[in-house]
Design a binder for this molecule. Structure first.
Ligand SMILES: *Cc1c(COP(=O)(O)O)cnc(C)c1O
Length: 396
């Protein structure tokens, strides 16, 4: 009998939606450069602008506030790098000091950019989170002052799924005269995101986390907010991101967003039910477990769980042998044996953080998938714990 394949690593990436695949296949015929004035060019331009309208309308933005970028990482890098930019394209007010405020649980593309800017003389402050991964708003208030140029706080965390109160944070930031960016790569298409309601100045999203292709993302840039492009060259994207447009990627992103608009609400309900069943199954069948992240303000499909006396990497590899794909921490942090910076930031001891896995479900997952994981997991954990002298010692 063929082994069941269960993909539960949607926060790392997602399979293409069938409608996206079909849209990409169609779009492949139109190879024109959107900047060309002839018919082929105009067709490509229409495709790009159609995707821009879909993206804008899904976010409650206007189309000229959407800039397509090469990835979520590029979008995030662009916003933070505004500070280090001194080009004639830069419209940043120079009366604000060179200071960035962000948090300890951001994605590596924010953390590494922040550290790099710190090396170049920018003051960077990292705001702490509580045990559930919620940003400490009092500390945030203390950190943002008249020298702060940009504040960046992620909307939903990729490892533990915790969702921040972005509206309240944007109010605090604006009350102190700074601009506010949110990395919404994990939020857009999973929970409602409206840029006007949230009051954000910049927002980043990425297609491959929502059943679109890899290597394409978008940046929302509120009208009149100071901006400086990261990539200079031609006049593409109204001078905000040079380089011939990735038309196929953009078509795929537009279609992915259109499908999210149609499917998101029902899917969220379904995923919450699947997650409850998964959680119950784990609780009933495996002792010494702890669930991480916020109990309610959490992405519908994300479940992060720690197993005492079992290494996350070992759990991942044993589950892989059974055809189940999950992750330890973020895809970007795996490959290193350092425990997740997110779990450590919630105050979790390193040993427990090492024993954590992230299960992130998506649109193709079914009740049968959950039942299969609940069936396989107890045996996997028991086998690993049998080999762990520390767990056996504690159990005695
Ligand atoms: C995946 C991810 C990114 C990076 O997006 P890419 O398109 O893979 O570069 C940024 N932030 C968060 C929260 C993510 O989950």
């Amino acid at each position: 009998m063929e082994q069941r394949q269960v993909y539960m690593d949607h926060n790392a990436t997602t399979p293409l939606h069938p409608a996206v695949k079909a849209a990409l296949t169609d779009a492949m015929e139109a190879f024109g450069n959107p900047s060309s004035l002839h018919a082929l060019g105009r067709t490509a331009r229409e495709q790009v602008e159609d995707a821009r309208e879909k993206t804008a309308s899904f976010l409650g933005a206007s189309p000229d506030e959407i800039v397509f970028v090469g990835s979520g990482s590029e979008g995030n890098n662009t916003v933070l790098s505004i500070l280090a930019c001194a080009s004639r394209h830069c419209t940043l007010r120079r009366d604000r000091g060179p200071e960035i405020v962000t948090t300890t649980i951001e994605h590596p593309c924010i953390l590494e950019t922040s550290k790099c800017l710190a090396d170049r003389g920018v003051d960077v402050k990292f705001v702490d989170v509580d045990a559930y991964g919620k940003v400490d708003l009092d500390q945030l208030k203390d950190c943002v002052n008249e020298r702060t140029a940009v504040v960046s706080v992620m909307m939903a965390n990729n490892e533990i799924g915790t969702i921040q109160d972005i509206k309240a944070i944007a109010e605090i930031v604006h009350g102190r005269g700074a601009v506010f960016h949110t990395d919404a790569v994990q939020a857009v298409g999973k929970i409602p995101v409206n840029v006007r309601e949230l009051g954000v100045d910049f927002l980043t999203l990425s297609a491959h986390k929502i059943y679109g292709p890899k290597g394409i993302g978008a940046l929302y840039i509120r009208k009149q907010v100071p901006f400086c492009p990261l990539i200079l060259g031609g006049h593409q994207e109204k001078g905000r991101r040079a380089g011939t447009e990735n038309t196929l990627g953009i078509v795929g992103l537009g279609k992915a967003i259109e499908m999210r608009a149609a499917e998101m609400d029902d899917e969220a309900k379904r995923l919450l039910e699947l997650k409850a069943a998964l959680r119950k199954g784990i609780e009933e069948r495996i002792p010494d477990v702890q669930f991480n992240g916020h109990p309610t303000d959490c992405l519908p499909g994300t479940l992060n769980v720690s197993f005492d006396g079992a290494e996350g990497e070992a759990i991942l590899l044993y589950l892989d042998l059974e055809g189940i794909a999950v992750s330890t921490g973020s895809a970007c942090a795996s490959g290193s044996l350092d425990p997740s910076h997110v779990l450590l930031a919630t105050g979790m001891p390193a040993e427990q953080a090492h024993g954590s896995v992230r299960i992130s479900m998506g649109r193709e997952n079914t009740e049968e998938d959950v039942a299969y994981v609940v069936e396989q997991l107890p045996d996997v954990i028991a086998r690993i714990r049998d080999m762990s002298t520390a767990y056996k010692r504690d159990a005695q």
